[in-house]
Ligand binder design. Structure first.
Ligand code: 13P
Ligand code: ZN
Length: 270
């Protein structure tokens, strides 16, 4: 086996991408995931040579320059990624001037990184400034959360409270709430800037009528975050059109936050 495929976090990355497809979140080429590799992983598993230079559509922030990422291919299908990683993912290092991606491995047959590379690089930069341990940025199209954005007011406080009230785990997993963007054209600098701005405050940002962005220190954490928001959205979808008789009130939410030592988004609870 090629050395890079022996890297444990690359193994988890491929398994999670496979799971995302199985959950029905990533139809066709939907979704893209990038993961920062540690200097030890780069040293041990990543080939040193540059096999191709791919220009970046933006000048990457200083904080991500010289860093090495695994990132999914534009047009690649998550359904096929685990079975054919050499084609569907690439391992790139951002050049010192932030203008070029040095490809070390992958993107076989002249492929390139996701069209959402703007949001990925900008969100990595933002999250690394908030939390130097952040490694993963994940974009996907979870069915219930996406559907919900057709049906509810696109208001961060209202949506966060509604998601928190569905189940105990919600406020535990995303005490800062969820960021929400209106519908915007994807694959653009503008949506990248807007997502990264939200990521200063939130680890998860809903893209209305499209999907969601999540981030985390590990691939498991980013996935678990989106999975929990999606589960809460699924519960909300089941409740729509029904009169809600029981949900978790502010007192209950405060008790959960106190018990777990969490600070819920300021001003959201009475
Ligand atoms: P890519 O195939 O370029 O990654 O795009 C998929 C997607 O989800 C766009 O938002
Ligand atoms: Zn998408």
């Amino acid at each position: 086996m090629e050395k890079i495929l022996e890297c444990p976090s690359i193994g988890q990355y491929l398994s999670i991408i496979d799971n995302m497809y199985r959950l029905g979140w990533d139809e066709r080429n939907g979704g893209n995931v990038s993961m920062l590799l540690s200097p030890e992983e780069v040293e041990t598993y990543v080939p040193k040579e540059t096999i191709r230079e791919i220009p970046l559509p933006i000048v990457a922030d200083e904080i991500v320059r010289g860093k090495t990422f695994a990132i999914t291919r534009t047009g690649g299908y998550f359904r096929n990624t685990k079975g054919d990683p050499r084609k569907n993912i690439g391992v790139i290092t951002i050049s010192d001037d932030g203008k070029i991606a040095h490809l070390h491995w992958g993107f076989e047959d002249n492929g390139s990184f996701t069209s959402e590379v703007y949001a990925h690089l900008m969100c990595h930069a933002t999250r690394l400034k908030v939390n130097p341990k952040n490694r993963v940025v994940m974009h996907t199209h979870p069915t219930n959360l996406l559907t919900l954005t057709h049906l509810v007011k696109l208001d961060e406080k209202e949506l966060t409270l509604a998601l928190w009230r569905t189940m105990t785990e919600s406020i535990v997993v995303f005490p800062e709430g969820v960021g929400v963007l209106p519908w915007m054209l994807c694959g653009t600098n503008e949506i990248g800037v807007a997502t990264a701005e939200k990521m200063k405050e939130y680890r998860v940002v809903v893209w209305s009528l499209h999907g969601v962005y999540g981030s985390g220190e590990t691939i498991d954490e980013a996935f678990g975050l989106i999975e929990t928001v999606e589960k809460a959205a699924q519960i909300m979808m089941g409740e729509l059109g029904h009169k809600i008789v029981n949900d978790i009130d502010d007192e209950g939410l405060k008790a959960i936050a106190d018990h777990f030592g969490l600070v819920p988004h300021p001003g959201y609870l009475k």
